[in-house]
Design a binder for this molecule. Sequence first.
Ligand code: SF4
Ligand code: SF4
Length: 98
Amino acid sequence: MKNFRYMAGVAILKLEADKCIGCGACETVCPHRVWKVEGRQAVIVDYDGCMECGACATNCPVAAITVNPDDGCGCAAYIIQKWLKGEGSEACCGSNCC
Ligand code: SF4
Ligand code: SF4
């Protein structure tokens, strides 16, 4: 989704490429087309398009993907919690950037 952008270079999405079996689940479930599977290997093709929803990590059968606020800024995770749970229930990642 080229219209969605958050802050460049801060998404907490991580791929352990050596674990990937090329099943394509991440490409199928990602709402922002962040993934492409090329030659039985997942590739992040639009890192800054990630909204940190976690769908790819949840559906990866070999736990090759992590979307963990403890790994970085987590700002988008913070915003999503606010959307889903309501004002005041969100948790900050602790990096003091938001
Ligand atoms: S966390 Fe969500 S938006 Fe980000 S790559 Fe995974 S499925 Fe796509
Ligand atoms: S869901 Fe996991 S195993 Fe499947 S293509 Fe994506 S990263 Fe690879």
